[in-house]
Design a protein around this ligand. Structure first.
Ligand code: 5AD
Ligand code: SF4
Length: 434
């Protein structure tokens, strides 16, 4: 019962959490294996943000039950947001052996040794800051560090405040120590993670460190270490943070600033706490202080009572900003959220799909236009690995988070190279080292 395989779904935060689970297990004498076939215990780290994410997990568990028929000693565990949301019902209905919520990862060795075990108690203190996570499925170049946990924004559509609990920040020292450790191991691109990094606040005695200060502390480790962050809530992104990004070359010129909708009426129903004008003002400030900054967003199509005018307003703000990329979703009602309790999910599935497709088509256009503007320019690119399509080429990213594919030359993974962009698609820049 010692070989464990961890499968991770959902966000980057889950990726980082799986590393924590891995480390806890290894410290208790377990071994991590690379495939479900070799495993005695399969842990699935899950996401509950949308219904289709959950459906996928139910199907995966169903498939794993077949493996369990051949290997009756196999244990299956559900971790993360879906564990927190569905609790014991996963044992009853999906026949899993272990259910562990996001604040129960220290107890996993103990849960594995019990016959059926559920631990979904949320904490307002747990940050796992003393655990340096294992790097699972890593390319050896980019890594994530979660700097805080939980969310208290209560956007009306979102299940996260219920599954991840109260907001709490890790100590700045522990973040810097982890970043230094990763740099020494050869990592060159680190993303600081939180549901809303702008509300990071670490208090020790009379000392207070906010996110704008923390990111500078990490950037100062070495100019060759790139620092990124996700996610920023538009209501909280500060001028001080934008100034920090502008000042340090190694803080990446890329901000993910989810707008969700372009309609003030929708933003109010979503409980986002900013108006479209507030959002535009933040974008103007970013553009003014960091002219080469790229921007991405999240948008939701077909939220409760969304009219065609509201939908058009979303398309309009996307064009106004000219996002470089976007994560686009159709609204999925989540039980227990404010929207599920107060509003009717009244846009038909067909209409949600139609609106989403319009949004996706527009974004493809915007991404292509943004990439076309880069043709002829030279960018510093961090070499991250071999191109999947062509082993004679490398891929890497620019500070703006755009993927660039180029001939290998005599370079190695982890090097910085200057690449002149010669052509592009809507997803990729193509160029040559110069
Ligand atoms: N339905 C659709 N999209 C959602 N998101 C969060 N909750 C929902 C939901 N119920 C999206 C938001 C958020 C991203 C992480 O997921 O756009 O920014
Ligand atoms: Fe959900 Fe809003 Fe928190 Fe993001 S900020 S996790 S959308 S509640």
């Amino acid at each position: 019962m010692r070989n464990v395989y961890i499968e991770t779904y959902g966000c980057q935060m889950n990726q980082a959490d799986s590393g924590i689970v891995g480390k806890v297990l290894v410290e208790h004498g377990f071994s991590m294996v690379d495939s479900d076939k070799e495993a005695d215990v399969i842990l699935i780290n899950t996401c509950a943000v949308r219904d289709n994410a959950e459906k996928r997990i139910h199907n995966r568990v169903h498939d794993l039950q077949a493996l369990k028929k051949k290997k009756p000693y196999l244990k299956i565990g559900i971790l993360g947001c879906m564990a927190e949301r569905l609790k014991e019902s996963l044992v009853k209905e999906d026949k899993v052996d272990i259910v562990a919520g996001p604040d129960s990862y220290r107890k996993i060795p103990e849960l594995i040794s019990q016959s059926f075990a559920v631990d979904v108690i949320l904490s307002d203190k747990e940050t796992y800051e003393d655990i340096i996570p294992m790097e699972l499925n890593t390319d050896g170049i980019s890594a994530f560090i979660s700097i805080m946990r939980g969310c208290e924004n209560f956007c009306s559509y979102c299940v996260v405040p219920y599954t991840r609990g109260r907001e709490r920040s890790r100590s700045a020292e522990s973040v810097v120590e982890q970043a230094k450790h990763l740099f020494d191991l050869g990592y060159r691109d680190i993303t600081l993670l939180g549901q809303n990094v702008n509300s990071y606040l670490y208090k020790a005695g009379n000392k207070k460190i906010n996110f704008a200060q923390l990111i500078v502390m990490v950037a100062q480790i070495d100019p060759k270490l790139r620092v990124r962050f996700a996610t920023s809530h538009p209501k909280d992104i500060s001028e001080e943070l934008i100034d920090s990004i502008a000042k340090y070359d190694n803080i990446c010129k890329y901000i993910h600033l989810p707008v969700q909708s372009g309609s003030d009426r929708m933003l109010k129903l979503m409980n986002r706490k900013y108006s479209l004008e507030d959002y535009k003002e933040k974008i103007r400030m970013i553009r003014n202080k960091i002219p080469d900054c790229s921007l991405s967003t999240d948008v939701i199509a077909g939220f409760c009572s969304e009219t065609l005018e509201d939908h058009q307003a979303t398309l309009d703000i996307m064009s106004w900003v000219g996002y470089d990329s976007a994560y686009m979703f159709k609204y999925s009602e989540r039980p227990g959220t404010l929207a599920a309790k107060k509003y009717k999910d009244d846009i038909s599935e067909e209409e949600k799909v139609r609106r989403l497709n319009e949004i996706i088509a527009l974004q493809r256009d915007l991404s292509l236009k943004s990439n076309q503007k880069d043709v002829g320019k030279v960018f510093e690119v961090l070499v991250e690995g071999e191109s999947k399509r062509d082993s004679a080429k490398y891929f890497g990213r620019t500070s703006q988070n755009k993927v660039v594919v180029f001939d290998k030359g005599s370079q190695e993974k982890g090097n910085y190279v200057n690449v002149r962009i010669e052509s592009c698609t809507s997803a990729t820049l193509l160029g040559s080292i110069c």
